[in-house]
Write a protein that binds this ligand. Structure first.
Ligand SMILES: [Zn+2]
Length: 442
């Protein structure tokens, strides 16, 4: 018997007209459910003088109020463990993940048993789309402590892969696992994939020859969707890289790359995506950048309606060469990390694309924002490769010219460091330091 092409062919290849009708039906039900069962949503809809009956067409969602991280924090404090956004009794909640809390009180994301099982089915679907099969050995190298990415390993297990629950262990330990058990797939962050590859080489292990990894799944940073970064990691490991995207408020992974690697298919039967102009809040046309706003269509424990993520990205609803009909999203970075130089919006990921694609440097970088004559400038620190004997002035000019071509604006300054001078990230890399004293409005 030939191998099936999709995890769930019917849903993944549903013609868009039917998919959008399914979303409309689910959303109508969800709005009604949230209104009838969540104190917060009843209050919010009443305040906006809206009822679930005002939702007839998919576009009608635009009438409904937004939620964001601050809403979650405020309403979590309303009493009980989970606050008043939840729409089920705590007795029906079987799992909570928590956000990192790096920007305030950690928020809990609750799941009913059905929410949890459906989430893991989405994970199986995304793993399958990235090429995972029953014969694979899979190392889950994500944090298990409260982090929503932890349980995603169950999706791989349900798919039938042999799963190794490694978690976040020291690099030497992880490399021991990779050497000893010869797994074929690993999931980590892009920065860590590079760091681990470099560490292996230093220990005399060539990841491309001595290890069996053929697929690397990454998430948590934009790197996996930056072609030059992806190719760098693929070269070190002699493996294919697939980018996933998730958020603690919904699923460990909500979207993942297929073999076409042109954007991440988002599970549209569970999540409605809007891309909105940051200033006006109006939808942008497909392909243009805006803030990604999600509505969960089936999660019962805590429905999320029009959740503003603070992520800037774009959506593509054109058919994909893989045959899947679900939209593909591209994430360019956090709204908080975007800066404006001479009227140009720049994300660290735009700079990373150039830096990773430039010969003679290691690909590591640090951006520092500063002010000069009341305007924003950026300076860049990069590392010269050990085998590059090019004079620093020439290298500086070459990098500045590439950035000017790609972004339209040159850096104010480029500092050349030695290989290894910049700190290597073992989880999420800090690539941007804001040294401005004034706060600029975006
Ligand atoms: Zn595809």
């Amino acid at each position: 018997m030939s191998e099936k092409k999709y995890w769930d062919e019917k849903i993944e290849t549903l013609p868009r007209v039917q998919l959008e009708e399914l979303q409309r039906r689910e959303l109508k039900e969800m709005l009604t459910f949230a209104y009838n069962n969540s104190t917060y949503y009843k209050e919010a809809f009443d305040k906006a003088r809206l009822s679930p009956d005002d939702f007839k067409h998919l576009e009608d969602i635009q009438k409904f109020p937004f939620t964001n991280k601050a809403t979650q924090r405020e309403r979590q404090a309303k009493g009980g463990l989970l606050g008043d956004m939840i729409a089920v009794s705590e007795d029906d909640v079987v799992f909570v993940s928590a956000s990192s809390g790096s920007t305030g009180v950690p928020t809990l994301s609750p799941f009913t048993k059905q929410d949890f099982d459906e989430w893991q089915d989405v994970e199986s679907r995304l793993f399958y789309g990235a090429g995972m099969r029953k014969h694979d050995r899979y190392v889950h190298a994500l944090n298990f402590s409260l982090f929503v990415g932890g349980p995603d390993v169950i999706g791989a297990q349900n798919l039938g892969a042999l799963c190794i629950w490694a978690g976040t262990v020291p690099s030497e330990r992880l490399l021991f696992i990779l050497k000893e058990f010869q797994p074929t797939i690993i999931w980590t962050t892009p920065s860590y994939a590079l760091y681990l590859g470099e560490t292996a080489l230093k220990m005399g292990i060539d990841p491309a020859k001595d290890l069996a990894i053929r697929t690397i799944i990454v998430a948590g940073e934009p790197g996996g969707s930056i072609a030059t970064t992806r190719e760098t990691i693929e070269k070190v490991w002699g493996a294919q890289l697939y980018d996933f995207f998730g958020l603690s408020d919904i699923f460990g992974a909500c979207a993942g790359m297929c073999q076409a690697k042109d954007g991440l298919h988002i599970a549209e039967d569970h999540i409605l995506v809007e891309v909105l102009d940051v200033k006006t809040g109006e939808p942008v046309v497909d392909g243009e950048r805006g803030e990604l706003v999600y509505t969960t269509l089936r999660k019962k424990a805590r429905p999320l309606i029009r959740f503003k993520t603070g992520d800037i990205g774009s959506v593509n609803r054109e058919p994909c060469s893989c045959g899947r009909t679900h939209a593909r999203i591209k994430i360019h970075g956090r709204l908080d990390d975007m800066f404006i130089v001479s009227g140009v919006n720049i994300f660290p990921s735009d700079i990373e694309f150039v830096i990773r694609g430039t010969a003679g440097i290691t690909g590591e970088y640090l951006i520092r924002l500063y002010e000069q004559n009341h305007s924003v400038k950026y300076r860049l620190e990069i590392e010269k490769s050990n085998d590059n004997d090019e004079p620093d002035e020439i290298l500086t000019e070459r990098v500045a010219a590439s950035l000017k071509t790609r972004l339209g604006v040159k850096p104010g300054d480029v500092t050349i460091l030695k290989d290894g001078d910049l700190e290597r990230a073992t989880h999420k890399a800090k690539r941007l330091i804001d040294e401005r004293t004034l706060i600029y409005e975006i």
